[in-house]
Design a protein around this ligand. Structure first.
Ligand code: PGA
Length: 246
């Protein structure tokens, strides 16, 4: 059986004091039966690494450059993230794809750069409401995933995938457990066709997951955890989701 994994995506939220309070609330609630991580804004990586050192709560970033190093003002490389003890890097979040114009190819290149440094990419895929209404949800997700599968080659099995329907992110509208499971099983089938061993791969659901709906989503056969935005900013909510995953 796959161990569940719950990752918080803090997005552009936090402050020294808010982070300290949130992390101490998470640490106080250990042990968890699932794997737990927080993906935080770059400037906070140092303090988060210190706060979580010696615990089994992992940390990660929300993006990184596809380049190894060089004249890329404002960018952060996977090598730098690994120096901060990051274990995970979210790539291809829909907010990056949408607001920053990230293409499937760029997302795939970023995932490759992350893996090359021994970190685990959490690769986000998901359709917009328009694409779902037009009946192209699966084709969209398949295309996004294909680019990453192609770029990663024999390392495909090392990534974590997060299915995040864009219409459910930060909206309070959640995919029903059945809608999510349907897409997750299609994703697993695509991963299986590429790797031959996708049974061990983790596919997270993201999009308005909260304590009230986490149990029914996480009970689905192919939902192996959650990528949590809004509900990851309050220790009690995040911990409740981690408990639901246990
Ligand atoms: P949400 O965000 O839980 O606030 O919907 C999830 C995400 O964007 O990763």
């Amino acid at each position: 059986m796959r161990k569940k994994f719950v990752a918080g995506n803090w997005k552009m939220h936090g402050s020294h004091s808010a982070n300290a309070e949130l992390l101490s609330g998470i640490l106080a609630a250990r042990p968890f039966a699932c794997d737990v991580a927080v993906c935080v804004p770059f400037p906070y990586l140092g303090e988060v690494a210190v706060a979580l050192a010696g615990s089994d709560v992992r940390w990660g970033a929300q993006d990184c450059s596809a380049h190894e190093k060089g004249a890329y003002t404002g960018e952060v490389s996977a090598a730098m993230l690994s120096e901060f003890g990051c274990r995970y890097v979210i790539v291809g979040h829909s907010e990056r794809r949408h607001y920053h114009g990230e293409s499937d190819q760029l997302v795939a290149d970023k995932a490759k750069a992350v893996l090359a440094r021994g970190l685990t990419p959490i690769v986000c895929v998901g359709e917009t409401l328009g694409q779902r209404e037009q009946g192209t949800a699966h084709a969209t997700v398949k295309r996004q995933l294909s680019a990453v599968i192609h770029a990663l080659g024999h390392c495909v099995g090392e990534m974590v995938v997060a299915y995040e329907p864009v219409w459910a992110i930060g909206t309070g509208v959640t995919a029903t457990p059945e809608q999510a499971q349907e897409m997750h099983s299609l994703i697993r089938a695509q991963l299986h066709a590429a790797t031959g061993h996708a049974d061990a791969m983790k596919i997270l659901y993201g999009g308005s997951m909260k304590p009230e709906n986490a149990g029914s989503l996480l009970a689905q056969q192919d939902i192996d955890g959650g990528l949590i935005g809004g509900a990851a900013l309050k220790a009690a909510d995040f911990v409740a989701i981690c408990r639901a995953a246990g």
